[in-house]
Design a protein around this ligand. Sequence first.
Ligand code: GAL
Length: 360
Amino acid sequence: MVRKRRIAAAAMALTVLSVALTGCNEHKSPKGTIGITLTSKTEARWVSDGNNMVKALKAMGYDVDIQYAQYDVPVQLSQVENLVAKKVRGLIIAPIDGTTMVNALKQAHEQGIPVISYDRLIRGTPDVDYYVTFDNRQTGVLQGKDIVDKLGLKQGKGPFNLEIFSGALDDNNAHVVYAGVMSQLKPYIDSGKLVVRSHQVSLNQTATANWDGATAQARMDNLLSAFYGKDHLDAVLAMNDSIATGVVSSLKSVGYGSGGTAMPVITGQDAEVPNVKSIVRGDQTSTIFKDTRALANAAAQMMDAKLSGRPVTVNDTKSYDNGAKVLPSLLLQPQLIDKSNWREKLVTKGKFYTAQQIEK
Ligand code: GAL
């Protein structure tokens, strides 16, 4: 009997000890947890966005619960719902489809959880506090202008054949980038100096679901066989790097880039490693560098300022109407990268990549 009681007492002591230890392990930072959900790991940029945000928020004393939704809209919605149920202190969200989280964000606000829309616009709800992104219109302007410059259209050259590959329709950025692109290309399309043989020019006709490279590759295959039998395609407006990768593969499979058939001018966006390599090789012409370290830091600072009651820095209060309100936004500047400046912008000055990462 006594022995049994001793064993019971010992077991109890062990339980108490382990509860205490677990309690220790689960010790939460006094500043609380920031919940993050990002679209997907498909593009390397989102992984770098996520890692940089975790680093910045941890340095500020927060815990971070970060999740990726792999382009699955219901999965991302349940991630948001779970983070709200866990009572995180703040939410940072890059939505796949900007329109799908109205109710979940209403709940977040009812619980006093601030919400930052990260890179992509959350739409149709007043329950978003701030937007931090790159100047997406400027991204499109730089892409369109690069086609104009590299083809020599201002110098009167042409006509040239062009095809357009836009991003995902459910991503507001694709709409804003498209407007920037068209501000540069439309005058030449209208004057006949740029000819789109497929006649697919509108955002709807040129969209690529989920910015998916394989989808873009399949569409390029179709366009090449339907419209470019003997004729040369001179330029492709590819709205991001995964699309550019698909376009390059398709073109190579029909002989572009060899035997005297020059690659078209091909744009991109995100300055991903394989694409910078492709620029160095001469397959892709340019990309847009958006320094995800700066964006991640800006988001972390915004959240910390909001939660600490300090003023939040924004530089645009007009451009991003999400359908329910105009979001106070912080817009960072994108930069054009091509063969002439990649080393300076991305390596020597930018310190974003090492030369070895690109040249090995
Ligand atoms: C956009 C973003 C681009 C690109 C794309 C694909 O929202 O602005 O930089 O990453 O998503 O994920």
